[in-house]
Write a protein that binds this ligand. Structure first.
Ligand SMILES: NC(=O)c1ccc[n+]([C@@H]2O[C@H](COP(=O)([O-])OP(=O)(O)OC[C@H]3O[C@@H](n4cnc5c(N)ncnc54)[C@H](OP(=O)(O)O)[C@@H]3O)[C@@H](O)[C@H]2O)c1
Length: 321
């Protein structure tokens, strides 16, 4: 393979795991102003990655219509800077960095040997963890930081309910809430109850057997990573003046009025500020990364299916050799 060609996991049409192709002769991304090119060591997967594969985010195109050019999947990465674009002063060649190279965020896609990323979506990798662990952090960790510290301003002695505690976001949110001194209740399946306790959850509700809305009351905050009925039922758990932040649902004005609470729909910013804050929390030992399974790049399609259907505890990572 020439040095200007590289390996990448791409799609030419939307669909299931079978549409993911491993192309060994893709052009290495070219450098552009405000960007860096990174040798990718590991890629952390998020539900948005299989949703993009499925066509959920295709703009102006109907679901199922092919992308105009082969699309490299993946966003969250950890790796080493190999090229620096014009107007970039914070990073230099050989820096260890992490962040997102999601195509929707102006990157070239992370599931590749090399990726281009906008420096606004990059920070220095936490020093005390390896690339595999660091790649698992960007979107899910930034989500938890943004929701708990900015929207909720969660503090000591407050009570928070975190839905989906065993998931990517939930796993980081439980640890961050405990670090901030809050009391944490979480929902998880039977199989995941022991895992979420190891993360620090004080009360665990098995969502397959119990109704959280009947068990909890007067909570200061709810962090919803599930949506649907779970979102609607969560208003009942809040005290007047409380707050619900959802990763999936728009604020329900009627329920906000009925319960006298605030509701926010979060669009996570995987930006340098959040990533830097996250790195500090990881280096201080407040947040640990739990990687459920590691796949090679050749099995990127299987890795996305495992995240979608395999009920992982924590994160799924693709290692780029
Ligand atoms: N708005 C944004 O900017 C943004 C950013 C990031 C993510 N998101 C969205 O946020 C959601 C969560 O992301 P994630 O990375 O945490 O996903 P994830 O890793 O797939 O975790 C989701 C978790 O929710 C659990 N769950 C499913 N149904 C549940 C229920 N009824 N009650 C309680 N828990 C339940 C799952 O457990 P089981 O194994 O039992 O199914 C899983 O552990 C995704 O839909 C994602 O697309 C939005």
């Amino acid at each position: 393979m020439s040095s200007s060609r590289a390996c990448a996991a791409q799609i030419k049409k939307y669909g299931g795991s079978d549409v993911v192709e491993i192309n060994t002769n893709t052009p290495k991304p070219t450098i552009s102003p405000g960007h860096i090119v990174v040798e990718v060591h590991a890629v952390g997967l998020n539900p948005s990655d299989w949703k993009i594969r499925q066509g959920y985010f295709s703009k102006g195109e109907s679901k199922g219509e092919p992308p105009t050019t082969p699309l490299t999947l993946g966003g969250d990465f950890s790796g080493i800077v190999v090229e620096v674009g014009e107007n970039v002063s914070d990073f230099k060649k050989n820096d260890a960095v992490y962040g997102t190279a999601l195509t929707l965020a102006g990157g070239s896609g992370a599931l590749a040997e090399f990726a281009s990323a906008n420096v606004k979506n990059v920070a220095f990798k936490p020093k005390n963890i390896n690339h595999i662990e660091a790649s698992a952090l960007p979107l899910a960790g930034s989500s938890a930081v943004q929701a708990l510290t900015e929207h909720m301003e969660l503090s000591k002695c407050q009570k928070i309910l975190i839905h989906g505690g065993a998931g990517g976001i939930g796993s980081f949110a439980i640890q961050l809430a405990k670090h901030l001194g809050a009391y944490v209740a979480t929902t998880a399946s039977t199989d995941d109850t022991a895992y979420v306790k190891t993360l620090g959850a004080d009360t665990v509700i098995d969502y397959t057997k119990e109704n959280f809305a009947e068990l909890l009351k007067a909570y200061d905050a709810v962090y919803d990573t599930v949506g649907g009925e779970t979102y609607k039922k969560s208003f009942k758990v809040l005290k007047s003046g409380g707050i619900i932040v959802s990763m999936l649902e728009k604020p329900d004005e009627a329920l906000m009025k009925q319960y006298g609470v605030r509701a926010i729909a979060q669009g996570t910013l995987t930006n340098t500020a959040h990533l830097t804050e996250l790195a500090k929390l990881v280096e201080a030992g407040a947040i640990k990364v739990h990687v459920d399974k590691i796949f090679p790049l050749e099995q990127a399609g299987e890795a996305l299916s495992y995240l979608e259907k395999g009920h992982p505890k924590g994160k799924v990572v693709v290692e780029i050799q």
